[in-house]
Design a binder for this molecule. Structure first.
Ligand code: HEM
Length: 496
């Protein structure tokens, strides 16, 4: 390791301010090993022999560095080039947001890209770099759609999501002693999105079965980076062969995709009118609308809501009672007829802190990728590394947002009050679930999540509706393909 001090030219004043006094220059440690063999070994370590956290942890230890070279799954034969530079601390990770230094073209799912046959032949927004003109048009279209529907979100969440979910949970618990939250959430959240975005619940307009069709379509895109999905039924090496070696045939999803597309074409007609005004073809806009709803939003909510329930259920102390008191007091002061309003939600400091803390500790999308647009120097807390144009950067977000040098001794712990008050607010710039700091808003010039505000809103609504109706609850938690599997075992109704 070179320990010579280097002079680093800094591009702007902000970066200069953040730079610690000259860090030692260091070669990026790690190697990609023997082509073909080592990427497969890394893949097997990652999925089966070590597991993802230990895979990264062991390399951090081996190289004494949070920045190192490694291969990332899926590797052969699915990905042309599995080589990445991993950035696993809160200092180096934000390089992935800096569109002046990195390009994010075709990297949404990482080192491989699913066939565009799954998206009507189009590269949809998530795969476009902000430098591509279509990116601006599609992202603006989504901003406009969300803005045009904003007044509908609260009532739609209450009626279509919360009321339906709670009555189903209660009746399942009454008859079976338990209720499968994930299956209910998967069905009901899809209907809620139809109501929220288009005013047309799929189950009410003759388009039932869409959540399952969307799930199959999602699996085809995510299988290459999912592990231990089939190992209950198959030996690991067969799963590896089936999921990680060759792409599953897109034809499997085709009939279902057509049905989902038809729903969007008809229910989303007014939205598609808006897209045409921005210069998009109706067809390209419709495939994008489908992707933003079924992959970005629906895929996200399938992970986020079970994650929220898990953390609420496992929290120590009297968190349920504190949340119930806060939510009910805010509604009494600022609600309308006992119902939630935006003003009431804003007042719920603890509720809002819990949402940020869940998104910090369990970011629903764990991986971010980008290619270096030019040569630059990348800094971790401890060293400065030379990155070359064309190299691929990869961030494993749970490590970056649990960095003890930012979040202290409790970085690995769920702390519900972490973001309460002015001191708590200072930490929000280190919450990155949306592919950008929580203190910033997405624009057409960056790759931050277009639905950032919507996500924060529905997560707040989820907690607030839950504690308006119930004093407490208990659940069993296990691991699912993506995120947590939740079984409700009891719900204690709110005392009058
Ligand atoms: C829990 C829900 C959600 C999560 C966890 C989530 C997370 C993310 C993340 C991490 C990215 C960046 C991916 C990358 O480029 O590396 C992203 C991008 C994106 N998200 Fe979300 N998202 C959610 C909901 C939504 C919603 C409600 C929309 C609605 C429009 C949306 C639309 C998008 C779009 C269009 C992009 C690409 C942005 C661009 O290309 O500039 N997402 N999201």
């Amino acid at each position: 390791m070179s320990i010579s001090k280097v002079y680093r030219s800094v591009a702007n004043a902000e970066q200069a301010e953040q730079s610690t006094p000259l860090l030692p220059a260091r070669e990026i440690p790690g190697s990609y090993g023997i082509p073909f063999i080592s990427p497969i070994k890394d893949r097997l370590d990652y999925f089966y022999f070590k597991g993802q956290d230990e895979f990264f942890r062991s390399k951090i230890k081996l190289y004494s560095s949070t920045v190192f070279r490694t291969n990332m799954p899926p590797g052969p034969f699915m990905a042309r080039d599995p080589r990445v530079i991993a950035v696993l601390d809160a200092k180096s990770f934000p390089i992935l947001f800096d569109t002046s230094k990195v390009e994010k073209k075709n990297v949404f799912t990482g080192t491989y890209m699913p066939t565009t046959r799954l998206t009507g032949g189009y590269r949809v927004c998530s795969y476009l770099d902000p430098s591509e003109p279509t990116h601006t048009k599609v992202k603006q279209f989504l901003f406009n759609l969300l803005a045009s529907r904003k007044d509908v979100f609260l009532p739609a969440f209450h009626t279509t999501y919360a009321a339906t979910l709670f009555s189903s949970l209660e009746s399942q618990i009454a008859s079976n002693g338990h209720a499968d939250f994930n299956s209910l959430n998967n069905e009901i959240s899809f209907d809620f999105l139809g109501e929220a975005y288009f005013g047309a619940r799929p189950s009410k307009v003759g388009s039932s079965g869409l959540p399952t069709k969307a799930a199959i379509w999602l699996v085809l895109q995510l299988a290459p980076i999912a592990g231990n999905v089939l190992t209950k039924y198959l030996p690991w090496f067969l799963e590896d062969l089936l999921l990680h070696t060759f792409a599953l045939p897109s034809i499997i999803a085709k009939p279902g995709y057509r049905k989902i597309y038809d729903y969007f074409k008809s229910a989303g007609a007014p939205a598609l009118d808006m897209a045409e005004k921005l210069g998009l073809s109706r067809e390209e806009a419709c495939h994008n609308l489908l992707f933003a709803t079924c992959f970005n939003t629906y895929g996200g909510l399938r992970v986020l809501f079970p994650g929220l329930v898990k953390r609420l259920a496992q929290a120590e102390g009297d968190l349920h009672a504190r949340l119930a008191a806060e939510v009910r007091e805010a509604v009494a002061q600022l609600g309308e007829n006992g119902r939630l309003t935006l003003a009431a939600l804003e007042k719920m400091e603890l509720t809002n802190s819990v949402v940020y803390e869940v998104l910090r500790i369990d970011p629903p999308v764990q991986f971010q990728y980008a290619h270096a647009k030019k040569d630059f120097v990348l800094e971790s807390h401890d060293a400065a590394f030379q990155v070359h144009k064309g190299e691929m950067l990869f961030g494993y977000q749970p490590f970056a947002t649990r960095d003890p040098r930012i979040f202290g001794a409790t970085a690995e712990k769920f702390v519900p009050d972490r973001f309460v008050g002015s001191e708590g607010a200072k930490l929000l710039k280190y919450v990155w679930w949306s592919n950008g700091p929580e203190t910033e808003s997405p624009t057409v010039n960056d790759k931050q999540c277009a639905g950032k505000n919507f996500v924060i809103l529905v997560a707040r609504l989820f907690i607030a509706e839950l504690f308006l109706s119930y004093d407490s609850f208990t659940v069993d938690v296990s691991q699912s393909l993506i995120g947590s599997q939740i079984t409700f075992t009891s719900l204690t109704k709110a005392r009058a």
